[in-house]
Ligand binder design. Structure first.
Ligand SMILES: [Cu+2]
Length: 117
């Protein structure tokens, strides 16, 4: 029976089309606002510089046993004192270069570069 033989082929191409559509949907979702992490470890921000697209959320996590802060030089953002494993997050809406320090240890510096890809 030819119709019976054709059925699996038709079915599998429909499944393949659906899988391609799903892959595109996942790709589109991944292009939505992203999150970038910066570790605070050994009295330093790691990585010290990050470059992100506008709308990206940057999350800092303090891995030291010492409290640290994350404070923009231009006051665009400032965290409270972060204890061990505390996190601070800020979403960068506009383009620019945002230099920041730890106010407790001003020798700890970092920069977030925000620009369109
Ligand atoms: Cu510090």
């Amino acid at each position: 029976m030819t119709s019976r033989a054709l059925l699996p082929t038709t079915f599998s191409s429909a499944v393949a089309a659906a899988m391609v559509a799903a892959a595109f949907a996942i790709g589109a979702a991944a292009a939505e606002p992203r999150t970038v992490t910066v570790d605070i470890t050994k009295f330093a921000f790691a990585p010290k510089e990050v470059t992100v697209a506008p709308g990206t959320k940057v999350v800092w996590t303090n891995h030291d046993d010492t409290p640290h802060t994350v404070a923009a030089n231009d006051k665009a953002f400032a965290s409270k004192g972060l204890d061990t494993d505390d996190r601070f997050e800020f979403t960068f809406a506009r383009e620019g270069d945002f230099a920041y320090i730890c106010t407790v240890h001003p020798f700890m510096t970092g920069v977030v570069h925000v620009k369109k890809p």
